[in-house]
Write a protein that binds this ligand. Structure first.
Ligand code: GTP
Ligand code: MG
Length: 341
C-alpha cells in the first residue's frame, strides 16, 4: 500500500512528580528532606531510515504516546525518565503542523532526527527547596505535561522522471505503456486524482521511476482544477517529460498549452520550471493530413533547444525512442553530478 499523507497525534510523556520525603534513620533524629526530582517524560522523535519506503505504519496508529517519567523518591532518588519514542519515516518525508502551510522539517537523508513532541520536565522534590532558614520544606513540584502536537506527514515521491501536462494529454496512458503501472485512463479531464508511480525498464542495465500526476490547467496555482499541490511529488525528479496533446480535438493551440503548463510550474517553484525537460507531442495518430499543430510545437522546441519527440501513446508509436531519451538524459545528469567534487 502506498500512503503519501497521514495525520498523527503525538503525546509526549508527562514528567514525574517531585517527591516529599524526610530522612528517617536509626539514631539520626532530624534527618533532612530527601525527596528527589521526578523523571522527565519521554519525547517523540521522527527518524529517517533508508529501508523504509512508506508512511503505512502511521495509518493504523493515529495516536502515538511516549512514556511518562516516574515520580521522584526518598533518599534523593530521581524518578526514572520515560523512554523516548523514535518513529521511523522514509527519506522524502515532510513534517507540517496540522492546518498550517509552513514546513517544520524535511527529511532529505537517512539518519536524520526531528524532535516532534518534547517530554515534560520532572518536578522538583522537596530536598531542593531546603535553605538555611527553611529546613523542613514540604514543597514539591508536579511533573509538567508533555507536548501534544497534531502533525501531518507527507511523503514526496522520489521519482526520476515526472510527467506533466494538461488533463487528458495522455500521461496515464503513457505510464501504463512504458511500465507496469495501471492507472485509471479515461476520456475526461482530471481522471488522475492521486499520483501513480511506475518503474520503467530501459534495456539491460538501467531502470528508473516515473511519476504520473494529475493534469494542470491555467490558474492551477490559484486552485483551479486540482491545483498545484501535487507538484510536490515531482519537486525532486531529475527530468520532466512534458506531454502536449497535438490532436485537433482539444481546440487549443499546443504551443499555448505548453506555455500555460510552464507558467504553472514557475508559480509553484521556479526551480522545477528550469529543470531538464523532454517535450513530447502526443496523439499524433489523430492528426490526419494537417500536421501544422505538430510542426508549430516542434519549431518552438527547436527555438528553445528542448529535446522533442512525437508519439502516439495509445498505439505505442515512438515510445522506445522516448524511453531511450529519458534514460540517456538521466545518465547524462548523473555523470554531470558525478564529476563534481
Ligand atoms: N487517439 C489517441 N488517444 C489517446 C492517446 N493517448 C491517450 N489517449 C486518450 O486520451 C484520453 C486521456 O488519457 P489519459 O492517459 O487518461 O490522460 P491524462 O493526461 O492522464 O489525464 P488526467 O489524468 O486527467 O490528467 C484517454 O481517452 C486516452 O485513451 C493517443 O496517443 N492517441
Ligand atoms: Mg491521468
Amino acid at each position: 500500500m502506498f500512503v503519501d499523507q497521514v495525520q498523527v497525534k503525538l503525546k509526549a510523556g508527562k514528567g514525574g512528580d517531585g517527591c516529599v520525603s524526610f530522612r528517617r534513620e536509626y539514631r539520626v533524629p532530624r534527618g533532612g528532606p530527601d525527596g528527589g526530582h521526578g523523571g522527565n517524560g519521554g519525547s517523540i522523535y521522527f527518524v529517517s531510515g533508508a529501508s523504509i519506503h512508506s508512511l503505512a505504519y502511521f495509518r493504523f496508529r493515529p495516536v502515538l504516546k511516549a512514556k511518562n517519567g516516574a515520580p521522584g523518591e526518598g533518599s534523593n532518588k530521581y524518578g526514572k525518565r520515560g523512554s523516548d519514542l523514535r518513529l521511523p519515516v522514509p527519506v522524502g518525508t515532510v513534517v507540517r503542523e496540522e492546518g498550517k502551510e509552513g514546513v517544520l522539517f524535511d527529511f532529505v537523508l537517512p539518519g536524520q532526527a526531528y524532535l516532534a513532541a518534547k517530554g515534560g520536565k520532572g518536578g522538583r522534590g522537596n530536598a531542593s527547596y531546603a535553605t538555611s532558614t527553611h529546613q523542613t520544606p514540604r514543597e514539591w513540584e508536579p511533573g509538567r505535561p508533555g507536548e501534544e502536537n497534531e502533525l501531518v506527514l507527507e511523503l514526496k515521491l522520489i521519482a526520476d522522471v515526472g510527467l506533466v501536462g494538461f488533463p487528458n494529454a495522455g500521461k496515464s496512458t503513457l505510464i501504463s505503456k512504458i511500465s507496469a503501472a495501471r492507472p485509471l485512463i479515461a476520456d475526461y479531464p482530471f481522471t488522475t486524482l492521486t499520483p501513480n508511480l511506475g518503474v520503467v525498464d530501459a534495456g539491460t542495465s538501467r531502470s528508473f521511476i516515473v511519476a504520473d500526476i494529475p493534469g494542470l490547467i491555467e490558474g492551477a496555482h490559484l486552485g483551479h482544477g486540482l491545483g498545484i499541490r501535487f507538484l510536490r511529488h515531482i519537486e525532486r525528479t531529475k527530468v520532466l517529460v512534458h506531454l502536449v496533446d497535438v490532436s485537433p480535438y482539444t481546440e487549443r493551440n499546443p504551443v499555448h498549452d505548453f506555455g500555460v503548463v510552464m507558467k504553472e510550474l514557475e508559480s509553484f517553484n521556479p526551480v522545477i520550471a528550469r529543470r531538464s525537460q523532454i517535450l513530447v507531442a502526443n496523439k499524433v495518430d489523430l492528426l490526419g493530413g494537417d500536421k501544422s499543430r505538430l510542426t508549430s510545437l516542434k519549431r518552438m522546441a527547436g527555438r528553445k533547444k528542448i529535446p522533442f519527440y512525437a508519439i502516439s501513446a495509445i498505439k505505442g508509436e515512438g515510445l522506445s525512442r522516448l524511453v531511450g531519451a529519458m534514460a540517456k538524459t538521466l545518465d547524462g545528469l548523473e555523470k554531470e553530478g558525478g564529476e563534481k567534487p
